[in-house]
Design a protein around this ligand. Structure first.
Ligand code: 5GP
Ligand code: MN
Length: 338
C-alpha cells in the first residue's frame, strides 16, 4: 500500500471503523473481516463488521460472529455505522458495485476508505488501495497489512485462526494459489498458537447428512459432461432447492468435484434462483474462467475460480454456454499445462 504512513497516522488515535465485505460471505470474507475486527479492537478502535447478506453458520467457531451486522436484516443500523465511521475498510471485493445497497451508502461517504483485496481487475474506489491478485486470499494480505502497520506481535490465536480460516478456504487446503510467501505467512500465523487441525475439522468435516446427500445427488443425477470440451456442468433447479432445502453455503465446494476427473478442465455449477441463474466456475491450469465470467455473465473473480449471473432460463443459459465452449474449443482441448 503506497500511502500506509498516512493511514497509520489516522489510526494513531481511537476511531470508529466500519469493516465491510461481500454478499454471501465465504471463509475469506468472514476470516479477514473478523481478523481485522479483533486487530483494530486490540488497538483501541471501535470496529463493526457488516455483510450485505447472511453468512453460513459453519463459521460460528470464530469469535466475534455474534457482533456482525447483516445489511439485508438491519439496513438502518448498517447505514448508521457507515455514516458515522471515521474509516471504512472494504475486504475481499474489488468494486462497490459488488455489494449492492451498502455499496451505494459507502460510495456516498467522504470517509477515507481502505480496500484490501486479491480479485482481478479492481476498481480504484479507495484512497488506501491494497490490491494483490497474486495473493492466495484477503486473509494472507491482512497479515501483511498488520505487519505493514508494525503490529505483527498483536496477531494472537484468535486473529490467527480467523486468518487461517480464509487461507484454508481460498486455497482449498493449500491445493491452489500457493506461494513461498504464503507458506512463510502461514508459518508466522502458526507461531500465534493456532490449532490448525481444529480449524480444518470445523471447515471441511462439519457437514450434515443433507449436505452430503446433496453432493451425491449433484454428481449422480444433476451433472452433465461435455467430454468433447472437457467441461462438466451441475444444474440445481428450484425443485432441487426445495427437495434438499438448500440454504446459503450448502452448495459450497460441490463444483470442485467435477475437476476431480482427469480430463475436466472447466467446471460449472448453475443454481436457479427466483429471478436469475447464479453460476460458479472453476478451472485447472492457464484456462481463465475469470475471462468467461466477465465477458458473458456480468461477473468475475480469479483465473481458476469465478462467478457470474444469467438472467435467462436454465435451458437458454446452457445453450449460450455450449456456444462459449465452441469458441474456446482450442484452449479447452489443448494439451494440459498442469
Ligand atoms: P463462488 O463460485 O465460490 O461463489 O465464487 C468464486 C469467486 O468468484 C469468488 O472470488 C467470488 O468473489 C467471485 N464471484 C462470484 N460471483 C461473482 C459475481 O457475480 N461477480 C463477480 N465480479 N465476482 C463473483
Ligand atoms: Mn477471497
Amino acid at each position: 500500500m503506497k500511502n500506509i504512513e498516512s493511514l497509520k497516522e489516522i489510526l494513531q488515535t481511537p476511531k470508529k471503523v466500519a469493516i465491510v465485505s461481500h454478499r454471501n460471505p465465504d471463509g475469506d470474507a468472514i476470516g479477514s473481516s473478523l481478523g481485522l475486527f479483533h486487530y483494530l479492537s486490540r488497538r483501541g478502535h471501535d470496529a463493526t463488521v457488516i455483510f450485505p447478506s447472511r453468512y453460513p453458520l459453519l463459521f460460528n467457531y470464530l469469535p466475534g460472529m455474534d457482533y456482525i451486522l447483516v445489511d439485508d436484516d438491519y439496513p438502518d443500523q448498517t447505514q448508521k455505522v457507515c455514516e458515522e465511521a471515521d474509516v471504512i475498510f472494504c475486504l475481499d471485493f474489488n468494486s462497490l458495485a459488488r455489494i449492492d445497497r451498502i455499496g451505494e451508502v459507502i460510495a456516498a461517504q467522504d470517509t477515507p476508505k481502505v480496500m484490501i483485496d486479491h480479485h482481478l481487475n479492481p476498481d480504484e474506489f479507495a484512497e488506501y488501495f491494497y490490491s494483490d491478485p497474486t495473493a492466495s486470499s484477503t486473509c494472507e494480505m491482512l497479515y501483511h497489512f498488520i505487519r505493514m502497520m508494525g503490529d505483527e506481535k498483536l496477531v494472537d490465536k484468535v486473529i490467527g485462526e480467523c486468518l487461517y480460516t480464509g487461507i484454508l478456504t481460498d486455497t482449498g487446503s493449500f491445493s491452489y494459489s500457493t506461494s513461498p510467501t504464503l507458506y512463510r505467512t502461514v508459518a508466522d500465523i502458526y507461531e500465534s498458537g493456532i490449532d490448525g487441525t481444529f480449524v480444518q475439522n470445523k471447515i471441511f468435516n462439519g457437514q450434515n447428512e443433507k449436505q452430503l446427500r446433496l453432493l451425491g445427488y449433484s454428481i449422480t443425477e444433476a451433472m452433465r459432461l461435455y467430454n468433447n470440451y472437457n467441461v462438466g456442468i451441475i444444474v440445481l433447479d428450484m425443485k432441487d432447492h426445495r427437495r434438499f432445502r438448500i440454504k446459503r453455503g450448502d452448495t459450497e465446494g460441490i463444483v470442485n468435484y467435477i475437476l476431480k476427473m482427469k480430463n475436466m478442465r472447466m467446471a460449472i455449477l448453475m443454481c436457479e434462483r427466483e429471478t436469475c441463474v447464479k453460476l460458479s466456475f472453476r478451472s485447472k491450469g492457464a484456462f481463465s474462467v475469470q475471462e468467461i465470467c466477465q465477458k458473458y455473465f456480468d461477473g468475475g473473480g480469479h483465473r481458476n475460480a469465478s462467478g457470474g449471473v444469467s438472467h435467462d432460463t436454465i435451458g437458454n443459459t446452457i445453450k449460450k454456454l455450449k456456444e462459449i465452449f465452441e469458441t474456446y474449443r482450442e484452449q479447452l482441448t489443448a494439451e494440459p499445462d498442469y
